[in-house]
Design a protein. Structure first.
Length: 118
């Protein structure tokens, strides 16, 4: 079983969000991506949907059938900037899907009920 991600210190998150707004750096994108994926794990525990934000992290969330091998039947994938915008409420789920900024395939991949994260 994969280790769950941990949330970051609130002060670090605030500082990284401020820096990303000015000029996205890899370290800040990684910190924020993992932090918000950890919050999603807490808000939507489960193993039926894999949320991927390459190259930084992936988590399995949403209650339902547990996935154990190969490509999961339900996958959400996006880039770090889009994930952070979704997590903070700067971007809506429908807007991200409509603009092809998120790829979502399979059952239970609608993350709108869980967003924004904080």
């Amino acid at each position: 079983m994969a280790a769950r991600l941990r949330t970051a210190d609130p002060a670090e998150v605030a500082a990284a969000l401020a820096r990303v707004a000015e000029r996205p750096e890899s370290a800040d994108l990684r910190l924020l991506t993992k932090h918000f994926l950890a919050l999603l794990e807490q808000r939507a525990p489960g193993h039926s949907v894999e949320v991927r934000v390459p190259p930084y992290a992936a988590v399995q969330v949403i209650p339902g059938v547990r996935h154990t091998r190969g490509t999961p039947p339900a996958v959400v994938e996006t880039d770090a900037e889009t994930w952070i915008a979704l997590a903070t409420g700067e971007l809506g789920w429908a807007e991200a899907l409509g603009g092809a900024r998120v790829s979502a395939s399979g059952e239970r991949t609608d993350l709108a009920p869980y967003l924004p994260l904080g």
